[in-house]
Design a protein around this ligand. Structure first.
Ligand code: PRP
Ligand code: MG
Length: 212
């Protein structure tokens, strides 16, 4: 019998809440995070612990069937991946921020400037839509440090509590999009797996209702 392969974030902000919602719908995983793959008890599901940024490609290729992932990552990397359910946790926004000392009036102030980001596709399409040309520097983490070390004039990254911006003397000036954790589904799914997914989705909906 086929098992539904669900990817979750290996470590990071989404991991804990992802495991909690799986637990709440009756998917109990007993082997710890050290293993990259775990089978659920009493339900035809396997959980894969993966790096966030890799998950959209795994979904596209059908290597995993579903995933709990931030919408922001899907928008950046996985435009043909379907969102089956919004999960209501890990809310954040993708923002542009500049040094507090900068006299920022509008996006025009970023014309020709350097923007450091881990979300190049998201920023590119936003700036294109607004008719602004800027130079993007792609960094994979600690993006907020970039203006302080002279690497960029602005940054684009996710903001949750705002504490990282604050600590780095930055201010949020544009919100590109809002995001939360979602249940995303591979475009390649056979009928057996779809049936398992339907059950999971039904259970998730009940749990989310109960949380309201
Ligand atoms: C994420 C993100 C922001 C920060 C936002 O970084 O890249 O820097 O969290 O959260 P806050 O608004 O609540 O401060 P993370 O700590 O995951 O580290 P990384 O950027 O080095 O991956
Ligand atoms: Mg960060």
């Amino acid at each position: 019998m086929s098992k539904l392969r669900i990817a979750v974030q290996k470590s990071g902000r989404l991991n804990e809440d992802s495991m909690q919602i799986l637990k709440d719908i009756g998917i109990n995983i007993d082997n710890g995070k050290d293993q990259l793959k775990a089978s659920a008890k009493g339900f035809p599901v396997e959980v894969f612990y993966l790096r966030n940024g890799d998950i959209p490609q795994y979904l596209k290729d059908g290597v995993v069937d579903a995933a709990i992932i931030g919408e922001n990552v899907l928008i950046e990397k996985g435009n043909d991946i379907k969102v089956a359910e919004k999960l209501g946790f890990s809310t954040c926004r993708v923002c542009i921020a500049v040094p507090k000392t900068m006299k920022y009036q509008s996006l025009n102030d970023l014309e020709g400037k350097r923007i450091a980001t881990s979300y190049p596709n998201t920023v590119k399409s936003y700036l294109k839509e607004k008719g602004i040309n800027a130079n993007l520097h792609i960094i994979n983490g600690s993006v907020e440090i970039a203006p302080n070390i002279g690497l960029a004039d602005a940054i684009c990254d996710i903001v949750s509590s705002g504490s990282t911006l604050f600590k780095n003397n930055l201010k949020e000036v544009e919100t590109i999009l809002k995001s939360e954790a979602v249940l995303a589904v591979s475009p390649i799914l056979n009928a057996d797996k779809q049936a398992i997914l339907d059950k999971i989705q039904f259970r998730i909906q009940s749990v989310l209702k109960g949380r309201q």
